[in-house]
Write a protein that binds this ligand. Sequence first.
Ligand SMILES: N[C@@H](CCC(=O)N[C@@H](CS)C(=O)NCC(=O)O)C(=O)O
Length: 270
Amino acid sequence: MNRRVVSKDERVHHRLITLPFSLYNEKARWALDRYTVPYREEPHMPFVCSIAVAVATRGRGGSADRTSSRYSTPVLILNDGRILTDSTDIVHFAAAGDDSLFPNAEVSELVDHYGDQLGPYTRLLAYWHLGSHPGMIEQLAADNVGRREAWAFKRIVPFVGSQLTRALNLTESGHDRALTRLRQELDDTASRLEHRNYLCGDRFTAADLTFAALLAPALCLTPEEGFGAILPARASLDEEAQSLIREVRSHPAGQFALRIYAEERRRVVA
Ligand SMILES: N[C@@H](CCC(=O)N[C@@H](CS)C(=O)NCC(=O)O)C(=O)O
């Protein structure tokens, strides 16, 4: 899949280092696409993406937070040398000049809330199910990163698997807690939406973008639905994973995220 060439003008592109199928990366990519920021994506697999970040930032990385390490993605290397190492910073950068994406503190608080309270749990559930499907992470590599990296990644899958298990607490109790937290966030989000069309009122904001992007793996969105990378085909998943996806897709908050993708993921704001 060739997603590297976004800008026609090679002189002005920024570099976006990603873990392509990751939710925080999708959030950043969505904002850059929306505001037609010229960038070239450099997609990498787990672990490899951290090395790419270390190299691009000359070892400095960004700052760790509750959900990530100093070497997490997305990282946007601007063509003037500045480096943005957090998805929310990248969304702010992309939307600069358009106040409608971050109109007030409520929106910013909700963006942070979903970053802390939704993203880590959809991510854990996605890796949990990935781990129970032999060969699937290799297929993700084949579908989303360069051929050479996909080939090399196959050789380090066991090592990356054990790193992910440790870093994300991929245990039975971690899984159960993630499921409980995901369901809680879905219910809370649906309550917010009872009397409004968007999470913070009557207009699309960064809160809607963040919620939809961070829920994307649990919806198992396709490129046709607007997702900017390739997730496993739903039909290739076992019944437990498919049933979770059905549950999320039919939940009012999941329905909302699907609507936001359909209406806003390909919208371009001049
Ligand atoms: N708060 C960060 C979270 C980013 C994050 O957790 N990225 C993950 C991918 S989903 C990652 O790169 N993990 C590898 C690592 O942290 O070393 C953001 O919003 O940018």
